[in-house]
Design a protein around this ligand. Structure first.
Ligand SMILES: CSC[C@H]1O[C@H](OP(=O)(O)O)[C@H](O)[C@@H]1O
Length: 368
């Protein structure tokens, strides 16, 4: 996508041909800053501290982290250590495991002196494939949105509600849940987006709103608790979210609060779609609530907010009393029964084992 009219991605190879540059998402929306990753340590910190975030981008950054690690220590021990350190950064997004497993199985058979080059080549392919997957999701999602909009008589405003940030900032480019929004907007469908702020890290207020501003998409930032109210009043035509891990049976793990949005959508007859690139499917898991590890990011994100102060400086504000405990599960699981459909790069299917097996017979069979 574009930033101030200039095409860009969220992660790219620096001019030196081996270090990596990223958009530092902890500084948005008030500062657009580029950070450089030159080592395995840099890549681990970028993922853990959420300079980069979003399941596909976490995977892409981990792939580049392995490539940086192979320049430092391409031995078998070096590969194992890099895999383990990157894997330990964040537990929920399955793209992290997918990318690390993909890289390891390609690097392990190689002589140590070939690993750094091969890792960089593969990391580039993972990034390019992510862009293609997401644009395909955008195209399939456009068809869903156009059908819904036409069924409503082509109103002069087509209201889409989204949670967290599953835009191009969560991927290498295009995004997943926002890709259909961009495609619909560009196709002339009068999209308006209700942007859930998404406490505690405010990925919606800080990142989705920033993205939509950059692309000129009409939107309104709302508190997380307002979505059900707008649905009750007929002001939401469709919900679309991303996912960090979707099970082989269609249970969807996503940012905390997604489950509550899906419950409200079900209660109000609002279609609830999930944008799902196939590397985010965990074919080894069937019961999302029981089996998906939910990251706990600690009380600090609940007790403090980062933003621009009235003075114009940016900084932290504490919003809870000293000594009040806080709980901070970063994700929840929406059962498949609450999901209208999964929008994948291969098309749209029901949130079910049959639906996913129908689109991905090769992957489903391999997981049996
Ligand atoms: C397209 S994946 C986006 C996904 O990742 C976000 O989590 P985080 O910002 O903590 O990495 C959120 O769950 C989004 O839906």
């Amino acid at each position: 996508m574009k930033v101030n009219g200039t095409p860009t991605r969220t992660i790219w190879l620096a001019e030196d041909g081996h270090t990596v540059e990223i958009i530092d998402q902890t500084r948005l929306p008030h500062h657009y800053e580029i950070a450089r990753l030159a080592s395995l340590d840099d890549a681990c910190r970028a993922i853990k501290d959420m300079l980069v975030r979003g399941a596909p981008l976490i995977g892409a950054t981990a792939a580049h982290g392995l490539a940086l690690a192979m320049r430092q220590d391409a031995s078998d021990d070096g590969l194992a250590t890099a895999y383990d350190r990157l894997f330990a950064t964040r537990p929920t997004a399955v793209n992290l495991r997918w990318a690390l497993d993909d890289m390891r199985q390609r690097l392990a058979p190689l002589p140590a002196d070939q690993r750094a080059g091969a890792a960089l080549d593969r990391a580039r392919v993972i990034c390019d494939e992510d862009v293609a997957l997401n644009e395909a999701i955008g195209n399939h999602g456009l068809t869903v949105f156009r059908t819904l909009w036409e069924r409503k008589g082509k109103p002069d405003r087509f209201n889409v509600l989204t949670h967290c940030n599953a835009g191009w900032l969560a991927t290498v480019d295009w995004g997943t849940a926002l890709a259909p929004i961009y495609k619909a907007h560009d196709a002339g469908i009068p999209v308006h987006v209700w942007v859930d702020e998404t406490r505690p890290r405010n990925q919606g207020a800080s990142l989705t709103a920033w993205e939509l501003n950059q692309h000129g998409v009409p939107h309104t930032v709302i508190v997380d608790n307002a979505g059900g109210h707008f649905m009750q009043h007929g002001m939401v035509d469709v919900c679309i979210v991303g996912t960090d891990r979707t099970t082989a049976t269609g249970d969807v793990c996503n940012k905390i609060g997604t489950y509550l949005k899906a419950l409200a959508a079900k209660d109000n007859g609002v279609p609830f779609y999930v944008a799902l690139p196939s590397p985010t499917i965990d074919w080894t898991v069937k019961d999302g609530v029981a089996e998906i590890p939910i990251e706990d990011r600690g009380p600090g994100e609940v007790c403090r907010l980062w933003g621009r102060l009235d003075s114009g400086d940016t900084g932290w504000v504490t919003v809870t009393p000293e000594g009040s405990p806080a709980a901070n599960p970063a994700f929840d699981v929406t059962p498949a029964r609450l999901v209208t459909g999964l929008i994948t790069e291969r098309g749209v299917c029901s949130a079910s084992a049959e639906g996913l097996a129908g689109l991905f017979p090769d992957r489903s069979a391999a997981a049996e």
